[in-house]
Design a protein around this ligand. Structure first.
Ligand SMILES: NC(=O)C1=CN([C@@H]2O[C@H](COP(=O)(O)OP(=O)(O)OC[C@H]3O[C@@H](n4cnc5c(N)ncnc54)[C@H](O)[C@@H]3O)[C@@H](O)[C@H]2O)[C@@H](O)CC1
Ligand SMILES: [K+]
Length: 460
C-alpha cells in the first residue's frame, strides 16, 4: 500500500494504454489480475486484523480482482465470504471465479461482515449502478466496521470525480496500478477514505501527478533580504485582505514585502516587518521586485482597474487573485510576457473561462493554455495546470479552510515562492503545499491570520 504523494495520475485512456504496454511476452491480462488480486488480499488481510471479510464481486475484471483476492485470503486461513451482483461475464472474471471455487451468495440476501470489500465495478463503470446494487452497497457498508473499495468505489466515474448514484463512504480505496483523476476530484474523492496505490507492475507515465512536498527555497550564508525574494502586494479598497497576503508572503519565507496602498489607508499597522508605501503609478519600477500580487481586497472600481493595468504592463512576475480575476480580460493577459499565476476559486474560474462542462482537470488544463498562465483552480480538489499541459491534483487539505481570507494567504505564499525564483508551476505547488500543511497543523476553526502565521512553522 503506497502513499500517493507525487505519483502520476492517469486518465482512462492513459491507463488503458499503460495496461496494454504492460502486457508483453508472458504478461497477460490474467497475470495483471493475479498481481492485483494478491496485492488486494495482502492489504485487506493487514487491515482486517482477523475479522470476517465479505467480498462483493461484479461481472467484469473488477469482480475478477475480487474473486482472486477472496481465494488468496481463504488460502491464508481467514474467514471470507463472496457475494455477487451478477454472474461473471468477462474472460478474466470467469477464470477468477473458477479459482475462487467456493460459495457465492446473492447480493440482496448477503449477510453483512465487519470488513466489506467492494469489487463490483471499477474503471469499466459506464452508467449508474442498478438500485438493487446501490441499496445492497448501502446496507452492507452501513453494517461494516471497515469499508474497502477495490480500484474505485462502485458508482464513481473514473475521470471526472462524479458519483453516478448513491455511493457509500469508504475508509480505504486501493487504487490498482495507478492513481486516477477521481481519486482526487470531488465529490468522489471525499467518498474514498485513504487512497493507497497497489503496484501491479504497470509502468505509468503522465503529465498529471498528485501534489507533493516541494524543495522550498532556503537561505544560505550569502543570502540577504532581496535574494530571499521581494514581493509587492498591490492593495485596494479592503486593505485587510492585502495585509493578510503580505503577512503570508513574509511567513512563507520572502525576504522583503512591500504593501502598496492608497495614501492614508495602511499606516503603521502590525506586523511592522511589512514595508508600507503609498501606491503610485511608478511603484513597481523597483527592479528587485520578484513577484507582484494583485487582487486580494483590490475592489472593482476605476482605481482597481488602473492598478491592474499597471501590474500587467509592469512586466514583473504576477499573481492575479480575487477581484483582479473579475477585472482582467483573457485577451489582455496574453500581453503580459513575464510568468503569471492565476488563482481562481470555482466562481472566478467560471467568470473567466466559462462553466466546467467536462471535468476539472481538463478544464484547468484548457484554461492554462488559453491564458498562457499557471492556473491554480482552487477548491477542496485544487487542480494546478501549466500552459504546456502539466498538471497537479491536490488532495483535500482541510474543510476548515472554508473561511474568509484563506485565499489571500495562499496568494501571499505563492508570491513568496515565485519571488524566491521558483518556476511558476513549482511556485504554485509549493504555495499550495505549504498552505495545506498549515491548515492541517491548525486543526479546527482557525482564522486566516492563524493560517498565515502557521506558514513559518510548517516550512520544516
Ligand atoms: N485491464 C487490466 O489490464 C486490468 C484491470 N483490472 C481491473 O479491471 C477493472 C476494470 O474492469 P472492466 O473493464 O471489466 O470493468 P468493470 O469490472 O469496472 O465493469 C464491468 C463491466 O460492467 C459493465 N457495466 C458498466 N457499468 C455498469 C452498470 N452501471 N451496471 C451494469 N453493468 C455495468 C461494463 O460492460 C463493464 O465493462 C479495473 O477497475 C481493475 O479492477 C485489474 O485486474 C488489473 C488489470
Ligand atoms: K470497486
Amino acid at each position: 500500500m503506497i502513499p500517493i504523494d507525487g505519483l502520476p495520475v492517469l486518465t482512462a485512456a492513459e491507463m488503458h494504454a499503460a495496461e496494454q504496454a504492460a502486457m508483453v511476452g508472458e504478461v497477460t491480462e490474467a497475470t495483471l489480475m493475479d498481481r492485483a488480486g494478491s496485492a488486494i488480499a495482502q492489504a485487506v488481510a493487514r487491515l482486517a486484523a482477523g475479522r470476517e471479510i465479505l467480498v462483493l464481486c461484479g461481472p467484469g475484471n473488477n469482480g475478477g480482482d475480487g474473486y482472486i483476492a477472496a481465494a488468496a485470503l481463504k488460502r491464508q486461513g481467514l474467514a471470507v465470504r463472496v457475494a455477487a451482483s451478477d454472474a461473471p461475464r468477462s474472460t478474466g472474471a470467469c477464470r477468477a471465479a473458477a479459482i475462487w471455487g467456493g460459495a457465492v451468495e446473492a447480493l440482496d440476501r448477503a449477510e453483512p461482515a465487519p470488513v466489506f470489500v467492494d469489487a463490483i465495478f471499477g474503471t469499466g463503470l459506464s452508467r449508474s449502478p442498478s438500485d438493487e446494487i446501490q441499496n445492497a452497497l448501502a446496507r452492507l457498508a452501513e453494517a461494516a466496521w471497515l469499508r474497502i473499495a477495490v480500484d474505485l468505489p462502485t458508482g464513481v466515474a473514473m475521470d471526472n470525480g462524479k458519483a453516478l448514484g448513491k455511493v457509500p463512504r469508504f475508509d480505504v480505496t486501493l487504487a490498482l496500478g495507478a492513481v486516477k483523476p477521481s481519486h482526487l476530484l470531488q465529490p468522489a474523492a471525499s467518498l474514498m477514505g485513504q487512497v493507497r496505490l497497489l503496484d501491479i507492475g504497470v509502468a505509468t507515465r503522465s503529465h498529471a501527478r498528485t501534489l507533493t512536498r516541494w524543495h522550498l527555497p532556503e537561505p544560505d550564508a550569502n543570502s540577504h533580504k532581496y535574494s530571499r525574494g521581494m514581493v509587492a502586494v498591490i492593495a485596494g479598497s479592503m486593505s485587510g485582505a492585502s495585509e493578510l497576503t503580505a503577512l503570508a508572503a513574509l511567513r512563507a519565507g520572502a525576504g522583503y514585502v512591500l504593501h502598496l496602498a492608497s495614501a492614508g489607508v495602511s499606516g503603521s499597522a502590525a506586523p511592522h516587518a511589512v514595508v508600507r508605501r503609498d501606491y503610485t503609478a511608478d511603484a513597481l519600477d523597483e527592479d528587485r521586485i520578484g513577484a507582484v500580487v494583485i487582487g486580494p481586497g483590490l475592489g472593482r472600481d476605476a482605481d482597481a482597474s488602473a492598478r491592474l493595468e499597471a501590474a500587467l504592463s509592469g512586466g514583473r512576475p504576477l499573481i492575479i487573485d480575487g477581484d483582479a480575476l473579475r477585472l482582467v480580460e483573457l485577451g489582455t493577459l496574453a500581453k503580459h510576457k513575464a510568468p503569471k499565476i492565476l488563482t481562481p476559486h470555482g466562481g472566478e474560474f467560471t467568470h473567466l473561462f466559462g462553466e466546467v462542462t467536462d471535468d476539472k482537470l481538463s478544464a484547468t488544463r484548457r484554461a492554462a493554455r488559453q491564458s498562457g498562465a499557471v492556473v491554480v483552480h482552487k477548491g477542496a480538489d485544487t487542480v494546478i495546470a501549466a500552459p504546456d499541459g502539466q498538471a497537479i491534483l491536490c488532495p483535500e487539505a482541510s474543510p476548515w479552510l472554508s473561511t474568509a481570507g484563506t485565499g489571500d494567504v495562499l496568494a501571499g505564499a505563492i508570491g513568496a515562492m515565485l519571488a524566491a525564483g521558483l518556476e511558476p508551476l513549482a511556485a504554485a505547488e509549493a504555495g499550495v503545499w505549504l498552505h495545506a500543511q498549515a491548515a492541517r497543523r491548525l486543526g479546527k476553526a482557525f482564522i486566516a491570520d492563524d493560517l498565515a502565521d502557521a506558514l513559518s512553522a510548517v516550512r520544516g
